[in-house]
Design a protein around this ligand. Structure first.
Ligand SMILES: *Cc1c(COP(=O)(O)O)cnc(C)c1O
Length: 236
């Protein structure tokens, strides 16, 4: 069975989970060190429920308005929610505490706002810093250089728990072309980690989507965000 002929969400999910596992083992990684985040934008709560029944444990949503009713509808399921889309400052209050991890912190100002709201909610919010690895002018995210310069300032944000980095590389025809970008992210995480900023960890790398998650796993991804390969085409 392969992705083209698998016709249920459960079948496709099993294929993706199996490929993650096989790829991890092939490069000597522990498959348990990789979490699959189902990218559920435009996917109904009922279809997400099918995926949970087949073993999905983390869902990633891009938009707060779309996520809120789904989180409510699926509140009895063993499912955690991650925020993976661009986050506007005025939405921060409603995102903090509702999502286990925010993958898309792309400015120091946004980080400060999350810190402020997390403090008000008396929690520490897990976040990842989004990096624009290829320097695309249309894309959000810190440049690697900027992040290295600003990095020490994050340690003052005591209600954030920075866990690592996230990237969305430019679209490519061949998954191999994404490898350099995943490697860039991993190497940046290594340099940031060496700065030994207190309270900041660089253990998570959120990278890889439907077209290139296996390459991402080979390059060290700990979170892969996969939508189409599980739920089918969003415009279908
Ligand atoms: C939609 C989305 C994904 C998943 O993309 P697919 O190509 O459908 O797997 C991953 N990350 C983010 C941030 C997304 O918006």
């Amino acid at each position: 069975m392969d992705v083209r002929t698998a016709d249920s969400i459960a079948d496709r999910l099993r294929i993706v989970m199996d490929r993650i596992r096989q790829t991890a083992l092939a490069v000597g990684r522990d498959p348990n060190g990789i979490r699959l985040v189902g990218a559920t934008k435009k996917v109904s709560a009922e279809r997400v429920r099918e995926a949970v029944a087949a073993g999905l444990r983390v869902a990633g949503e891009n938009r707060l308005q779309e996520a809120i009713p789904k989180i409510q509808a699926l509140r009895d399921e063993p499912l955690r929610w991650h925020f993976i889309g661009h986050l506007q400052r005025r939405k921060v209050r409603d995102v903090v505490a509702r999502f286990e991890v925010i993958h898309s912190v792309d400015t120091l100002e946004l980080a400060s706002e999350i810190d402020r709201r997390a403090q008000a909610a008396a929690i520490r919010q897990d976040v990842l810093l989004e990096v624009n690895v290829a320097g695309e002018s249309t894309k959000a995210g810190f440049s690697p250089h900027q992040l290295e310069e600003q990095f020490a300032q994050f340690s003052g944000l005591t209600h954030l728990r920075i866990r690592g980095l996230m990237t969305i590389p430019p679209p490519v025809d061949d998954p191999e072309q994404a490898r350099i970008h995943f490697r860039t992210l991993r190497e940046l995480a290594g340099r940031l980690s060496a700065l030994a900023v207190p309270e900041v960890a660089m253990t998570e790398l959120s990278m890889g989507m439907s077209s290139d998650y296996e390459v991402a796993v080979e390059e060290g991804a700990t979170l892969v965000r996969v939508g189409t390969a599980i739920f089918g085409r969003r415009d279908a």
